[in-house]
Design a protein. Structure first.
Length: 198
């Protein structure tokens, strides 16, 4: 081997050793960074982590008295957004000072904090007669219930039966605390006045 070939071989070997040294240094630095920060969190998919059959859940107010009850044939919880889905849910107001209020639907979902509950499908809200008011039934296909304010809202078509009166419209807000009902638009109906008392 002549001197020129030997110099080339030595230069190539030096470059190869430097590349291995640089790659090893990078690898060690990256490994120490990963160990210091811990493993990357696994990305959660929208898959259930638990379910409950024949659920009954009672929420209490600030005084510790039952405020409302939520029951369902089946409840499924999702950890990624902490949402909950229900099959055949029923929500009942438990305030003894107000007429009994009951809402049912085919399906339902609750937010992570449980304050907002959506009922979908054949949604029926019934309020028993009381306080001088006749019984009332509201039918629609989607209602949002706000448990902290006792308000039920929808932006969908509604059919309201109150005593002998029938009312239809689009959009509704029912405030159980104030015992008031507002229909937003396209209101039509027949109103039967309450019978006169002697």
């Amino acid at each position: 081997m002549n001197a020129r070939a030997w110099d080339r071989f030595a230069a190539l070997l030096s470059l190869l050793l430097l590349a291995v040294l640089a790659g090893g240094s990078y690898y060690l630095a990256e490994m120490s960074r990963r160990l210091a920060t811990g493993p990357a969190p696994a990305e959660l998919r929208h898959e259930p982590d638990y379910f409950v059959e024949r659920l009954v859940f009672t929420r209490v107010n600030a005084e510790g008295d039952p405020a409302f009850r939520l029951s369902a044939e089946r409840m499924v919880h999702y950890p990624d957004d902490r949402s909950t889905e229900y099959r055949n849910p029923e929500v009942v107001s438990l305030d003894p000072a107000k007429p009994l209020l009951r809402l049912v639907g085919d399906t339902g979902t609750s937010s992570a904090d449980g304050v907002e509950t959506h009922l979908r499908g054949n949604v029926v809200m019934t309020r028993a007669a009381g306080g001088g008011d006749p019984a009332m039934t509201v039918r629609t296909d989607h209602v949002v219930i706000y448990s902290d304010t006792e308000i039920a809202r929808t932006d969908r078509p509604v059919v309201i039966e109150r005593g002998g009166s029938t009312l239809t419209g689009v959009g509704m807000e029912f405030d159980n605390s104030a015992r008031s009902l507002t229909v937003d638009s396209r209101v039509r109906g027949t109103w039967q006045p309450a019978p006169k008392t002697r």
